[in-house]
Design a protein around this ligand. Structure first.
Ligand code: GDP
Length: 137
């Protein structure tokens, strides 16, 4: 059993896709183990995406992530890190497989509806960044 961090980004919340995205996870047999809605501070967004600090798109990415509330979730299931990435689709919606969350609803490489941890190490860091162990059911 594995855990991963999922974020419904500000574009997904603005498009009223919270329910639709969670339905994708639940219909795939993935369990929501923790969830909260939050407007990230600049410091929280910068710290979360610290691995991208040197990227030219970093300032724009941070602005996007603080442009409205997000929904933070810890997802649980067998091989859920890879399975969640499959459900999300490629970063660039133009390259995302048909039927994936990003292919269905994302507008651009940046405004791509969801985040999902990409490794066991990042999942551990990212879940711990937003959730105390006691908040995970
Ligand atoms: P992910 O793991 O599929 O989310 O992709 P990455 O870890 O490579 O990038 C993190 C996030 O940065 C993406 O989900 C996008 O929101 C954003 N991003 C990635 N590449 C670009 C880019 O070329 N331009 C902009 N503006 N944002 C990007």
């Amino acid at each position: 059993m594995q855990r991963t961090l999922s974020i419904i980004k500000p574009d997904g919340v603005k498009k009223k896709l919270i329910g639709a995205v969670i339905a994708v996870f639940e219909e795939a047999g993935v369990r929501v183990a923790a969830m909260k809605m939050k407007k990230l501070s600049r410091e929280e967004a910068e710290g979360f995406y610290y691995v991208h600090k040197q990227q030219p798109f970093f300032p724009e990415l941070v602005e996007f992530m603080i442009s409205g509330p997000v929904v933070l979730m810890a997802l649980e299931g067998d091989d859920v890190i890879v399975r969640n990435r499959e459900l999300m689709g490629a970063t660039d919606p133009a390259k995302a497989a048909p039927g994936t969350i990003r292919a269905r609803w994302a507008d651009s490489k940046q405004n791509n509806i969801v985040h999902g941890s990409d490794s066991v190490e990042s999942a551990r860091f990212e879940i711990g960044y937003f959730f105390a162990e006691i908040e995970i059911c």
